[in-house]
Design a protein around this ligand. Structure first.
Ligand code: GDP
Ligand code: ZN
Length: 368
């Protein structure tokens, strides 16, 4: 029998009686579970009977309205348990946190309706924002991950890897502290083990962690070093069976020896490929293209003659929402690239808002 609380269930997910769902271990076959793996249409769900294979119920396909309604790794779900084959997933419970693919393509979903949000990890407590301390160190990227993490509903922890390659990393730590005072920053090395212990407070039983970071920063190495203990457990249990001991390594949601749960999915890894500048360039390509057509290269897009942005706003080919999002994203990036620029541009932004309110013209950013 599995204790679902060890798999991150809280009272919120366990008080399901009203919906006719049984959490009584001797009870019915409509039971809660958590998605631990997705491979094409085949799911794995941990429930009170252990980890079972599952598929979506036919009714689920009919009821789902958008891609985001489909189960993601980490989702709490309701299944119709079948002890002799695939169980059927009937419902996805309300998520307390999530990462979606569109979060990283620059708010596009707000105005491009056909681009659908795809959830790649759900119901995590901590987000380890991983960056390496060597030449790859990039505060702008970390800032972007911090923003995405706050939007996700998880708590950020900045993890700086490869400390063994860096003699003095006080500067890097100070840079992170300056932009995110309250966020824990931990420098470590998966190679030497330095600093790994500082992660312990976050590796609490039943807490779920996701890793966010670019390729090559050392996510796998850190996972392996954290899972080291688990692998030993697995080995002890499986010594006399033929299933091998490396099952842990390609799990998508697994439990560490400390009792903490880690989500590692291909989708989550892809998110790490988005870079600050890159994301703006791709999502707002059309806006950047417009700007390149302004008559003056230092155009502020407020009142200059020959401003392509104002022209597009006036004729409606650029929506005020799109322009607002672009500016918001720009401010966010400026924040880390140049703090004084940031405060100056933010002051101007607030002044322009105040002026708009005075003028009672709330059309958005359609020039002055
Ligand atoms: P991932 O793509 O984020 O999963 O990164 P990997 O874990 O595959 O690591 C990428 C490279 O960095 C590999 O060559 C690792 O051996 C190396 N690496 C990872 N962690 C450390 C570390 O703490 N110290 C050093 N020196 N190298 C590391
Ligand atoms: Zn302009």
């Amino acid at each position: 029998m599995f204790d679902l609380q060890e798999y991150g269930f809280t009272q919120a997910e366990l008080s399901l009686d009203a919906a006719g769902i049984s959490t009584d271990l001797t009870g019915g076959d409509i039971i809660p579970g958590r998605v631990t793996e997705i491979r094409r249409e085949l799911y794995k769900v941990v429930c009170q009977y252990g980890e079972v294979p599952a598929v979506l119920k036919g009714s689920f396909y009919h009821a789902a309205e958008a891609r985001e309604d489909f189960p993601a790794v980490g989702d709490f779900v309701v299944i119709k348990y079948n002890g002799n084959g695939n169980s059927g997933i009937t419902e996805v419970l309300k998520r307390r946190s999530k990462f979606s693919r569109t979060d990283f393509s620059g708010h596009q979903a707000e105005y491009v309706k056909h681009i659908q949000e795809q959830v790649v990890a759900a119901n995590f407590d901590y987000v380890f924002i991983i960056s390496s301390l060597n030449y790859d160190f990039n505060p702008a990227r970390i800032a972007r991950y911090l923003t995405a993490t706050r939007r996700s509903g998880g708590l950020p922890v900045v993890v700086l890897t490869k400390a063994d390659l860096c003699e003095d990393f006080s500067g890097q730590i100070a840079a992170i502290r300056e932009m995110a005072e309250a966020v824990p920053v931990i420098a470590l090395s998966s190679k030497t083990g330095y600093g790994i212990d500082e992660l312990r407070p976050f590796l609490e039983p039943a807490k779920t962690i996701v890793f966010l970071g670019s390729s090559g920063v050392g996510k796998s190495s850190l996972l392996n070093s954290l899972a080291g203990e688990t692998v030993m457990d697995v080995k002890a249990i499986r010594e006399d069976d033929s299933k091998g001991r490396h099952t842990t390594s390609h799990r998508q949601l697994f439990k560490l020896a400390s009792g903490a749960l880690v989500i590692d999915t291909p989708g989550m890894r892809e998110l790490g490929l988005w870079d600050a500048g890159e994301a703006i360039g791709i999502a707002f390509g059309s806006v950047e293209e417009l700007i390149s057509r302004c008559r003056f290269s230092n155009c502020t897009h407020k009142n200059e003659p020959g401003c392509a942005v104002l022209a597009a706003l006036n004729e409606g080919s650029l929506s005020p929402v799109q322009w607002k999002n672009y500016l918001a994203q720009k401010r966010e990036t400026l924040f880390v690239e140049n703090r004084s620029e940031y405060f100056k541009s933010r002051r101007e932004f607030h002044k322009s808002i105040a002026k708009k309110v005075r003028n009672k013209r709330d059309e958005g950013f359609n020039g002055e």
